[in-house]
Design a protein around this ligand. Structure first.
Ligand SMILES: [Zn+2]
Length: 387
């Protein structure tokens, strides 16, 4: 399975992946998912928000046990974030079948749409729409770097954007959700364990800062006559770092756009995106408030996800089913967190990442650890399907 998808959307110059939601690479990955489902005789359904579900058994009779992840990537991302969870889901199902397992309840494999938010700026778009925490009108109006709205992109992909929104029927099929994911840190390296279980996801959010000035000639405009928005932006980046260190949180300006984006022009507008996260919601909120005040920019909140504490009973049960794996918190958001917040009992299994590097072509997991992840997932699914 890995060999079938590893070239899709890969930039051969950098080895990084470009798998924006609804891009040609993403459509090919979705097609691959459908083929893997068909090959196993699973019943494939695409919900109103573009999420894919491959079912063994009928979840309309009884809510099922679901595992899976996503196939899109951040720009210039790695191979494992997302696809490892989907490939491992199919592999775990194969392992269970090879052992003669018959599930006592429906077993599903999910592929969530646009988890990374690389194209439209809102992460976990598929699960946020599914659970109703993202307003469908707002989603339809989001635009990509080309200025195309999600509604236009969906129409181009043969989907009906009018269908977007909370989907109680699909949600009702999910009795429990378990997502396997490459670890985005080095906790498991320090604990000398190939696999771990998530305790919580830190509260996190994204904010857009628009710094406005006056575009003008870079040669003829005197320094004192300039209104250059790059300057307050630069000061705000430095202030974010300082405030994060003071507040014990993390804050990142990882994306910005300059207009008109000419080497010989003073910019007229700088739009920048702040990503802020931390163990304590109040500390994250305080950092954002400080930067709003300091920057003088127009600031809009693009997404906010409160702390997610995964179901204690479920996570202990999974930790036991996978042989007493360590339990750890993460600063990364996931669809499992969105589902947990919507009341779906959810849990996560992490696979060791030797360098901890993620969202980069250097993201990696050893094959032996990936196999340990599949075995852990199969054991957990077997246990959950019994009740
Ligand atoms: Zn991911």
């Amino acid at each position: 399975m890995w060999g079938a998808i590893e070239h899709l959307g890969r930039d051969d110059r950098t080895r990084g992946y470009l798998r924006d939601a609804w891009s040609p690479a993403d459509l090919e990955l979705r097609q691959w998912f459908r083929q893997e489902a068909a090959r196993r005789g699973l019943d494939l359904r695409e919900d109103r928000n573009g999420n894919l579900w491959a079912w063994w058994g009928d979840p309309s009779e009884r809510p099922g046990v679901v595992t899976g992840s996503h196939l899109d990537s951040v720009r210039q991302g790695g191979a494992f974030d997302g696809p490892l969870g989907v490939v491992s889901a199919f592999a775990a199902l194969d392992m269970l079948r090879a052992g003669g397992f018959e599930p006592g309840r429906p077993l599903g494999i999910a592929c969530f749409t646009d988890e990374e938010g690389a194209r439209f700026g809102v992460p976990c778009m598929g699960s946020r729409l599914l659970t109703g925490v993202l307003d469908p009108d707002r989603a339809r109006g989001l635009t990509d770097d080309e200025g195309d709205s999600l509604a236009e992109v969906l129409r181009g992909a043969g989907r009906d954007p009018g269908e977007l929104g909370r989907d109680t029927e699909t949600l009702g099929h999910v009795g429990v959700f378990l997502e396997l994911h490459v670890e985005q840190g080095q906790d498991l390296v320090h604990r000398d364990a190939p696999v771990g279980v998530a305790s919580a996801i830190w509260p996190h959010g994204r904010w857009r800062f628009d710094f406005r000035g006056q575009a003008n000639h870079a040669g003829t405009t005197r320094l004192e006559d300039r209104d250059d928005p790059m300057l307050p932006f630069a000061r705000t980046v430095l202030r974010a770092r300082e405030a994060a260190e003071r507040g014990g949180v993390v804050a990142t300006f990882g994306k910005f756009r300059v207009s008109p984006n000419n080497a010989n022009a003073v910019p007229g507008l700088v739009s920048a995106w702040l990503d802020a996260r931390g163990g304590e919601e109040a500390a994250v909120r305080a950092l954002v408030a400080e930067l709003v005040e300091f920057s003088g920019a127009e600031v809009g909140a693009e997404s906010w996800t409160p702390v997610v504490d995964f179901d204690v009973v479920l996570r202990e049960r999974i930790a036991a089913a996978v042989g007493g794996a360590p339990v750890l918190a993460t600063g990364a958001g996931h669809d499992a967190g969105i589902l947990a917040s919507a009341g779906v009992p959810s849990a996560m299994v992490f696979v060791r990442n030797p360098t901890g590097i993620s969202h980069s072509p250097d993201e990696y997991a050893e094959t032996a650890d990936c196999h340990a992840g599949v075995t852990a997932l199969a054991n957990a699914l077997e246990d959950l399907c019994r009740s």
